[in-house]
Design a protein around this ligand. Sequence first.
Ligand SMILES: [Zn+2]
Length: 278
Amino acid sequence: MTRIVSWNMHQAVIHDMTRRDRAWAHLATLAPDIALVQEAAPTAGSPANVVWAAGDDIPAGWREARAGVAGYGVAVRAFDGPIHPSYYGRRTSFTWIRRARPGTLALAEASLDGGEPLLLASLYGAIGYAEQSVAWALADIMPMFDDTQCRDHIVVGGDLNIHTHTTDRRSRHRAKALLDLAESAGMVNLLRYAKERGLIVQGERATPEPCSCDGSDCYHVKTHRGPGQRLGEMAANDYLFASRTLAARLVSLTVMNGDDSPEWTHSDHCPLVADFSV
Ligand SMILES: [Zn+2]
């Protein structure tokens, strides 16, 4: 069994090192093999084995908070290619150029038991045109799904800050286009996949309100608590995707969004916890 957790740790806002350490300690209690973190910063208590998103130009005030891939039970190392896409029948040469915003995309590789390669991407949709931020990051990782050596086992997760549950039609349309782009590359939206198969586990919520989406494709789960937001209100900001082979081995997807979940004391986001039978 392999457990992958995705969590926005809110440390672009929380600068206190003691609080940051407590959040890292709490993440360890979730027993991840690998954690995809966003808005996260290194501290004395953060894991030693973290691949951090590249970028020297982290926004002012963030104090080094960025996306990262942290290895717990599984060792991770930075992934920088090369990629050998099968697209176009390999008739074209390909140079992998990356343009994601600074601090928003961490790419790592690991080896599963048995030596099979696993690629991991922690992705943050930076506030202030998050759609553009996500589009650049998706463009970066798209060829990974066509790679002839790694495409069987890929996990992408993070706080994308794009919303198909919103009542704003323009925003909903744009978010859907980006999620469709991700799926066109071969990423399976694990929230939809898990909901269709009864694999989603959510926390206890006293006053959940009906989802605000149009109902045509509702796999939304509450993952965020924003200022001024009602406790029962839908706010689906966080996503997990996997390559098809790995999605087929999903055992459960736990969304730690209960009203009293301790994760809310550390962050305005709750973790997504995916268990795979690999
Ligand atoms: Zn919905």
